[in-house]
Design a binder for this molecule. Sequence first.
Ligand code: SAM
Length: 239
Amino acid sequence: MQRYFGRIVDKHVILEEDDIFHIVKVMRCKIGDKIEVVSDGRLYEAEIKSIKPVMIDVIGLIKEDHELPNQIILICALLKGDKLDYVIQKATELGVSEIVFALTNRTIVKVKKLDKDFKFERYRRIAKEASEQSKRLRIPTINRIVTLDRVKEVKADIKLVAYENVSGTTKSFLEGIKSLEKGKKLAILIGPEGGFENDEIAFLEDLGYKCVSLGKRILRAETASIYALSVIGSYLERK
Ligand code: SAM
C-alpha cells in the first residue's frame, strides 16, 4: 500500500495537493482502494470513499514502527551541486531524525542569506518523499543552517565529528555509537569537500565533539554521511 503523510480530522484524511494528484492521476486509485496515512507519528489504514471530490476516511490503526530507537542528527556541511539532494534522500531512508546544514571555513557553497531563501522547501519535499518510500513514521526535521560558532545550538548527548585526518581504525566511531543509551540523541558532523581546518576541530572538541574515523580511505562528503548513518543504523538495529 502506498504511504502518505497527512492530517486526520474527524476520521477524514487531509492530504497535500501533490499527494491527491498522485493518488488520482498517478496511482489511478478507485473507490474502495486503500492507502496508508501517517499522522503525528501514527500509521493508519484509510479507504478511498470518493474520487470527485477526493474523500478518504481512516478505517483502522496499523501497529508498525520502522523508526530507529534513538534520535540521530546529521549535521552536514553545505555541498556543491545537487549532492545535498542525494544526502537528504539517503539519510532519510537510513532513519535520520534531523538534518542540520553547516557553513564551515571550507564550505564551497556560499549562502548569501542564511535561513531565509535557502532551498528548505525543496529539501523538505525530498525528505517527505523518501520517508513515504522507506515506510517511515517521521519526516526528518530540516529547518536550519548553522555556522560553526552556532553548532552548540544543536543539542545531543553524543557529539561526533568525522575528521578525515584521523582516518584509520573505526574504533572511536563504534565506541561513540555504543555509548548511546536508550532514548539519547547522537549528532554526527560531516565536513565539506575541502574538509575541516585544525582550528575548527579544536573548537568542536571544546564543545564536546569527539573526533572519529570512518575508516582508512578518504570518503567524499556525501559518501561519509551515508557510511556513518549506515553503521549507526546497523548497530542500533542489530537486535
Ligand atoms: N579535503 C579532505 C582531504 O582530501 O583529506 C577530505 C574531506 S572529505 C572529502 C569530506 C568529509 O568527509 C570530511 O571533512 C569528513 O567529515 C568526512 N570523511 C571522509 N573520509 C573520512 C574518514 N576516513 N574518516 C573520517 N571522516 C571522513
